[in-house]
Design a protein around this ligand. Structure first.
Ligand SMILES: Cc1ncc(C[n+]2csc(CCOP(=O)(O)OP(=O)(O)O)c2C)c(N)n1
Ligand SMILES: [Mg+2]
Length: 370
């Protein structure tokens, strides 16, 4: 069996053809050279500089967050270095009124959408104030349950459609998240209802210590969108221009009523999975690290912008200094926020307290008043 059942019957060939369709979309290569002029979004000089500024700033935020964590001054933290193009260029394609449904590693996008840094630090500390979004900021708290935000994004996007809003819901998960049931439910539901959602899979090659190769037998994660009937692309996630164009295109189609898209961004996390104790040297070689470091989004964008006379060492130093100053002020503000009490936790959990918690609540009100 398997051979010549009929001329037009070749399931393996169908699979190969679909998989071969998914070639990586790139505009700016590792050397900072435009290799796909036709797709160049031709961002203005100010826009190019703004995008670079955000990436440099966020790299510093990552470095500072790691050291603050080591000093015991932050709580849960998932490093972001290596994913700046994937995170910030996709965000750059959005409008202020669009909704973001982040995962735990997607704090940079919600900070650039408008979450004050001090609140992001409180989120890291598990403080409820860190999950209270300012009025008018269309962001849900970062999801810890892998993949859950995909189902929620489908719902938020459908809500936007029903209200006639010209906005999208964007959500992010990882290569590991693409194996969850919620991932498939989310993309399928959004596809069925032509909901204006953008589903991003940041394929950073590892789900904690599990390498991408054993995550799925599919050649790409992008191709998984095809079964849900949604437009899907594989993008160089270290190329800010390609990520921007793919997301902008997905957004345009979504608000035109053409339904959701799936974008796989090929990227890498340079640091550990989180600061809670994994040791990446036990599951990754320095060869892989070096291979990805050579693709760095900031290095290639710097080369590109320097070539256009839009960036310099001085400009970069200014951004770094500004970032350090703002981070210092934000951590101070986080420190000055009253510590979370057990009663805060309980009263922020339910609109109406269940009876068993009413009892505990009273006990803690009494304890905390001592
Ligand atoms: C439903 C669920 N299962 C398991 C976990 C534990 N867990 C936390 S992170 C993670 C790996 C996620 O990897 P990936 O989706 O590739 O995202 P990355 O951390 O690489 O950004 C797992 C299994 C969880 N948080 N939620
Ligand atoms: Mg991953």
């Amino acid at each position: 069996m398997g051979e010549n059942i009929a001329k037009n019957f070749d399931p393996k060939q169908t699979l190969n053809e679909i998989e071969d369709k998914f070639q990586m979309f790139q505009i700016l290569n590792e050397d900072g050279v435009i290799v796909n002029e036709e797709a160049n979004p031709n961002l203005s000089d100010e826009e190019l500089v703004e995008l670079m500024t955000r990436m440099v700033y966020t790299r510093i935020l990552d470095q500072r967050s790691i050291s603050l964590n080591r000093q015991g001054r932050l709580g849960f933290y998932a490093p972001t270095a290596g994913q700046e193009a994937s995170q910030l260029a996709s965000h750059y394609a959005l409008e202020k009124e669009d909704w973001i449904l982040p995962g735990y590693r997607d704090v940079p996008q919600i900070v650039w959408h408008g979450l004050p840094l001090w609140k992001a630090f409180l989120f890291s500390r598990g403080h409820f104030v860190g999950n209270q979004m300012p009025e008018g900021l269309n962001v849900l708290p970062p999801q810890i349950i892998i993949g859950a935000q995909y189902v929620q994004a489908a719902g938020v996007a459908l809500g936007l459609k029903k209200r006639g809003a010209k906005n999208v819901a964007i959500t992010y998960t990882g290569d590991g998240g693409s194996s969850q049931g919620d991932f498939y439910e989310g993309i399928n539901f959004a596809g069925a209802f032509k909901a204006p959602a953008i589903f991003i899979v940041q394929n950073n090659q590892f789900a904690i210590s599990t390498p991408r190769e054993v995550q799925t037998s599919a050649k790409t994660i992008a191709q998984k969108g095809i079964a849900a009937g949604i437009a899907s692309v594989l993008v160089d996630g270290m190329d800010p221009l390609a990520v921007y164009v793919a997301t902008k295109d997905a957004r345009d189609r979504a608000i035109n009523g053409e339904g959701p898209s799936l974008i796989e961004t090929m990227c890498y996390r340079y640091g550990p999975h989180t600061m809670s104790g994994d040791d990446p040297t036990r599951y990754r070689t320095s060869d892989i690290d070096n291979e990805w470091a050579a693709k760095d989004p900031i290095v290639r964008f710097r080369k590109y912008l320097e070539g256009k006379g839009l960036w310099s060492e001085q400009k970069e130093t200014e951004v770094i200094e500004l970032a350090k100053e703002e981070i210092k002020a934000a951590i101070k503000q986080a420190d000055e926020t009253p510590k979370q009490k057990v009663t805060d936790l309980i009263s922020n959990m339910y609109e109406e307290l269940p009876r068993n918690l009413e009892e505990q609540f009273k006990i803690y009100v009494e304890k905390e008043s001592r």
